[in-house]
Design a protein around this ligand. Structure first.
Ligand code: GDP
Ligand code: IMO
Ligand code: MG
Length: 424
């Protein structure tokens, strides 16, 4: 049995928190795509922890955490993540597995990312500069280096050939970037040795075996559906399939084995980096959402752009993923707004539409809102659903009717404990 959990907006919906909360129900947590561009935040017992590549079930002794073949791994970031986990004294060696088919981010992939963004100037994607795009390009271009390769004695030859090609490419960019490769390589090779102390496995085979044994698996997505390489706001997207299909290719699981598809969304919307965002707010409300929601990127620290909930985009993401249940995050952040706007339609080239058109740039799309009543109560200490203000219950029911999917979790704060479960 496999369930999926994925983000329905532009990332940072709170996936890390919910995976951590749900891990007790699963035996295996498996990341299926993305890499260190992700920042998944977990809070519990007064600790706050951000994970980038390591799945968000790592703090539970009972769970195996698998980094799937669809993930791209930067050994340097991975090593730092491992080091940050040392104080927790987790028994990681048996519980953290890496697919041999996952691709490796080289130092020159990061440099290529930087050169590409610099050359784009004002048209830049706003990449996290973690080397994600160039690594997936090498994967699809059939040039990449995989985790399984670093087990071979001659892998450094392969490394040098690819590195030299990258250096040539960097020279071809019109904008020069500054770098000193020696220390970067030293750090990289050192981190590769650390990585080698973990278990590399043929993960599709492993997952098949575990399914036969009746183990429960939760596939953890990174980024969000609107950043999907095919269905997101291209070209302002990431370089992987962040949607449900990505779990099949990123883990080697068959679509008919998937049961629940849990779609996670914030009670409003945020985006970090460039690209269209129809409901973005440039007024006091936008500033308030950013301040109260503490909307700063978990990986880059950049301020996130904020706006109202966009039902047109959310419905699209629900359809593309086949979402069977919804988790609504950060309901507490909406407290204090006298009224709340929800975008139900777009005005697109003079017409009123409720589907996502090819281009949602503000040149073409103007959001049409419905106004709902706000509430003014501190939700962060609530531990039961009947304590919710009736206006928030109305908001939840309104969304369930509009989206035609039940909301099974309402999150009212960043901590594990600030999670309210609803019957599906
Ligand atoms: P992810 O990338 O989807 O895992 O999300 P991030 O960790 O990047 O961003 C979500 C942020 O919101 C983190 O700082 C979380 O600690 C925080 N968070 C999660 N759920 C809630 C919530 O219900 N209320 C509030 N106020 N913060 C939350
Ligand atoms: P999590 O898993 C939010 C955004 C970047 C940029 C675009 C491309 O924490 O939700 P990339 O580095 O992939 O080339 O950047 O995608 N982006 C994210 N935004 N959350 C993320 O991950 C993101 N990962 C990438 O800001 O706009
Ligand atoms: Mg994040």
């Amino acid at each position: 049995m496999i369930d999926l959990l994925l983000g329905l907006q532009w990332g940072d919906e709170g996936k890390g928190k919910i995976v951590d909360v749900l891990t007790k129900k699963y035996d295996i947590i498996a990341r299926f795509q993305g890499g260190p561009n992700a920042g998944h935040t977990l809070e519990f017992d007064g600790h706050k922890h951000v994970l980038h590549t390591i799945p968000s079930g790592i703090f539970h002794d009972s769970a195996v955490n698998l980094v799937g073949n669809g993930v791209v791994i930067d050994p340097v970031v991975f090593k730092k993540e491992l080091e940050k986990l040392t104080p927790y004294k987790l028994n990681i060696s048996h519980r953290l597995l890496i697919s041999r088919k996952a691709h490796v981010i080289l130092p020159t992939h990061r440099l290529l990312d930087q050169a590409s963004e610099a050359a784009k100037g004002s048209a830049k994607i706003g990449s996290t500069l973690k080397g994600i795009g160039p690594t997936y390009m090498d994967k699809t271009g059939r040039n990449g280096i995989r985790i399984g390769d670093i087990e071979a004695p001659d892998w450094k030859e392969k490394y040098r050939a690819l590195r030299d090609k990258h250096l040539q490419m960097i020279e071809n960019y019109k904008v020069a970037i500054d770098f000193d490769l020696d220390p970067l390589e030293q750090e990289f090779f050192d981190a590769v040795e650390t990585l080698k102390s973990l278990q590399f496995i043929d993960s599709e085979h492993y997952l098949e075996q575990q399914q036969r044994l009746g183990k429960r698996i939760l596939a953890e997505g990174a980024q969000g559906s609107l950043l999907d390489i095919d269905f997101g706001t291209y070209p302002y997207v990431t370089s992987s399939n962040t949607t449900a299909a990505g779990a099949c290719t990123g883990l080697g699981i068959a679509p008919n084995r998937i049961q629940k598809v849990i779609g996670i969304f914030k009670a409003y919307t945020t985006r970090v980096g460039s690209g269209p965002f129809p409901t973005e707010l440039f007024d006091e409300n936008g500033i308030t959402l950013g301040r109260v929601g503490n909307e700063f990127g978990a990986t880059t620290g950049r301020a996130r752009r904020c706006g109202w909930l966009d039902l047109v985009a959310l419905k699209y993401a629900i359809t593309v993923n086949g979402v069977t249940e919804l988790n609504m995050m950060k309901a507490d952040v909406l407290s204090g707004f006298p009224s709340i706007e929800v975008c139900t339609h777009y005005r697109y080239k003079g017409e009123l539409i409720d589907h996502l058109p090819f281009d949602i740039d503000s040149k073409y799309v103007e959001p049409v809102y419905e106004t709902l009543k706000g509430w003014n109560a501190d939700l962060t200490g609530l531990n039961s659903l009947d304590q919710l203000p009736h206006e928030l219950n109305d908001y939840i029911h309104y969304l369930e009717t509009a989206l035609e999917v039940p909301i099974t979790i309402v999150s009212v704060g960043p901590d594990r404990s600030q999670t309210l479960f609803r019957n599906s």
